[in-house]
Design a binder for this molecule. Structure first.
Ligand SMILES: Nc1nc2c(ncn2[C@@H]2O[C@H](COP(=O)(O)OP(=O)(O)OP(=O)(O)O)[C@@H](O)[C@H]2O)c(=O)[nH]1
Ligand SMILES: [Mg+2]
Length: 407
């Protein structure tokens, strides 16, 4: 927490996202041996179709017209799992997990990541409060600034009302306002800052990762696998984004980096079937944690949300208490649309907790406050970079200070 090494700090301090170590497919550019994807014995006569080309920023196409039989069979004959299960990627040649040479103190990293959010706020606050007594016009201006920072109207009003009550007609400095802002943000975030508790009684503890395209699901899975492995838990990953071969390979790379076996099927296979296989196998092997990746889907694509419900239904057939955590990844750069994502994924996917990614270098970090206030869902982690170490448990006080610019 307290060590602070300037090199890494410098990377973030400009408020820009760190230079991407990612390759064209968003894969970490680590010195990895090429991933060998073994021939996978087909458990069922599953038709494998060519995964259609998907634009990076568009939602993947609807579920391939295939394998309904498989899932129907799964739902009907739950007593007998598929005869053969996809083979995990061999781990013998997996390289050691890389740890960044420079690791900066967490608060400094968060503060520098949120610098664009806090700078915007600070500049606006300073310009509103230079040489002015607190009057109604100033409070209105401040309210606009806070709303533009995505904090949400309720939080904006609550901050201006506190100032109106305590400081009306008095000299107020930008620093005073930042202190009230930090206190209010901390008050909103404290109830949602909850750690992800892995219940050891659940073997495996099943985590389903969901969210819109590119929100950081697969990367967060890699980071979580690293964290759990470090804690001595045995982790298995499931490549439930079966739409794209690249998505499966991306998870396999994370599996190698974290020494976690990855259950996969060829691209185009049914995601529910894969989830079924993975839960069955993780149970059979007595794994502590199973993390299931899913394809990115926009919340307004009905058929894709239907598919998500189907995945959950099939997981429940193997373990009615699962998924034990359904984590929604939210891209902090998205802004207001994140509110819709939480609402719809919450209803359709039964979200139990949030992970906000890409808080490094966004000017829109304030949205987390609006989300916390509106939904009250636990926020477990925040991501501040693409590396395996760039995931931290969410701390309300740190976040509040960082966004208010109280370094
Ligand atoms: N700067 C930064 N980049 C991140 C963070 N988390 C993920 N990324 C990057 O965001 C991009 C998308 O991440 P993925 O993990 O592939 O996202 P996804 O949700 O799995 O994407 P789809 O599978 O396409 O839906 C990659 O280039 C990641 O390296 C973060 O916390 N900070
Ligand atoms: Mg992905």
């Amino acid at each position: 927490m307290s060590e602070k090494k300037p090199g890494f700090f410098q990377r973030f301090f400009g408020g820009q996202p760190a230079p991407s170590p990612a390759g064209p497919e968003g894969l970490p550019d680590a010195p990895l041996a090429p991933v060998h994807v073994p021939e996978t014995p087909e458990p069922e006569p599953i038709a494998v179709v060519e995964a259609p080309a998907v634009e990076e920023d568009l939602p993947p196409p609807g579920p391939p017209e295939m394998t309904p039989d498989y899932v129907e069979e799964v739902e009907d004959q739950l007593v007998s799992p598929p005869q053969a299960i996809a083979t995990p990627v061999p781990l013998a040649s997996a390289p050691a997990v890389d740890v960044p040479a420079e690791k900066q103190g967490w608060f400094a990293r968060l503060a520098s990541g949120l610098k664009r959010s806090s700078d915007n706020l600070s500049t606006s606050i300073t310009s509103v409060f230079t040489k002015r007594k607190l009057d109604a016009a100033t409070l209105d201006e401040l309210e606009d600034v806070l709303v533009q920072a995505d904090l949400g109207i309720e939080t904006a009003i609550s901050i201006t009302e506190t100032l109106r009550r305590d400081r009306f007609d008095k000299d107020v400095s930008g620093e005073d306002v930042r202190a009230v802002l930090a206190a209010e943000v901390e008050k909103v975030l404290t109830p949602v800052a909850q750690p992800l508790v892995v219940d050891a009684a659940q073997k495996p503890f099943i985590i389903l990762m969901i969210g819109v395209n590119g929100s950081g699901k697969t990367t967060t899975i890699g980071k979580l696998a690293q964290k759990f492995s470090r804690e001595g838990k045995s982790v298995m990953l499931a490549a439930g984004d079966t739409f794209r071969a690249a998505a499966i390979e991306q998870l396999q790379v994370w599996g190698q980096r974290t020494n976690s076996p990855v259950i996969s099927r060829p691209a185009g296979a049914d995601a529910s079937g894969l989830a079924f296989d993975a839960v069955t196998q993780a149970k059979a092997e007595g794994r502590d944690v199973l993390i299931i990746d899913t394809a990115g889907r926009l919340q307004n694509r009905e058929e894709l949300m239907d598919e998500l419900e189907k995945i959950i239904r099939v997981i429940k057939k193997v373990d009615p208490s699962a998924p034990h955590a359904t984590l929604l990844t939210l891209d902090a750069t998205t802004g207001q649309n994140a509110l819709r994502q939480v609402e719809i994924f919450g209803k359709r996917g039964g979200v139990t907790g949030l992970v906000m990614t890409k808080l490094d270098g966004t000017a829109r970090g304030g949205i987390l406050v609006a989300i916390a206030r509106k939904f009250g869902l636990p926020v477990h982690f925040i991501g501040v970079g693409e590396g395996v170490e760039d995931l931290e448990p969410f701390e309300a006080g740190d976040f509040a200070k960082a966004i208010a610019g109280q370094h």
